[in-house]
Ligand binder design. Sequence first.
Ligand SMILES: O=C(O)[C@@H](CO)OP(=O)(O)O
Length: 411
Amino acid sequence: MKYVIIIPDGCADEPIEALGGRTPLQAAHLPALDRLASQGSLALANNTPAHLPAGSEVANLCLLGYDPDVYFTGRAPLEAAAQGITLGEHDWAVRCNLVTIEDQTMVDFTADHISSEEGAELLRAAQAELLAKAAAAGDVMASRFEFVPGVSYRNLLIYRGDASTPAPFSSDTRSQAPHDLTDLSVANDFPRGPGSEWLVRLMSESEELFASHPVNQKRIAEGKRPATHLWLWGLGGAPQLPSFHQRYGINGAMITAVDLLRGIAALVGWPRIEVAGATGYLDTDYEAKGRAAVEALEQYDVVCVHIEAPDEASHEGRHDEKIKALQSIDKSIVAPLCEALAKHGDYRILVTPDHPTFCSTKKHTHGMVPLLMAGTGIDADSQTSYDEITAEASGRRFDHGWDLMDAFIKL
Ligand SMILES: O=C(O)[C@@H](CO)OP(=O)(O)O
């Protein structure tokens, strides 16, 4: 049996007036998904328990079958795994965004999609000026923090502790995802709780350091937004996840452009298939991802394709771009995979976003997402299209999203 999981990140939405009261999934032209909906069955799933962040970090763990109350320690440790960083017992990882804040308002959580090279240069400056100097002056804690560049605005800060100098953070340390602050005041959303003084200090000191930095001067001269601050959030200690093979007895592989999903893959024992042209943004190469997924079917039991673009369009409040992303996923990923699966004998396919992201608020939100399962042993229900409304009408629900994988694999 071959299994395919397609995750159009954040694609669930609410009815939008400008779309005649339809959701982007309803408004998009999605012939391959409609065909699958007619052959399979729809349901709703909750991947974001109310007491946890409504983020991709919780939701993707959940949809791959891992109860976040048991396995979730924070977003950054998952992303650290993507970079091959192993966290020890006293180590913590912190997500470090490069952001644009103006007049205390989060104008852009991506610093205008700053390039990885520019980001790395700013992080080198932060390491030298905000940490190395304090460490040289005898600050032991400062010597234990290290900025680790990632992709674009998505970077990390690692704390390496030991029994005598453990990380100053705890599960009571609170932080706020910057993509949920777009256009809002940040004044009351700085980190709080144990160790937060470290994070607040670095975030505040980065303002002066970055203001005069040549990277930003050049960006401004080119008409781009500067990275005005570091924004630190999503911290946690080392996660312990049983492998997917231990849980379900089969092997898988992950196709994604973002470190969060790469990290989850690494932790559950899946290889990551890197695709040239996959960007984690609206300009991603959908066809290349589709081709890579079809090829991967030859080798793996489960092929999981994650596409970040619908979520990014929602964070920008652009329902037109969200529709385009959904149509590209349908044409260049769902359709070729369905065609290829048909040649592989028994198969099952699951299409589901991780969480809803509303174009109206530009934020993730808690709540049910629509999902579609089709293939061997899955009976057709009466729905003929895949969207939030038809999934609700199906009457089937997974109140604990982590139960879905069992149903999908073991059915
Ligand atoms: O990586 C991130 O910082 C966020 C926003 O781009 O991703 P997601 O919305 O999927 O959590």
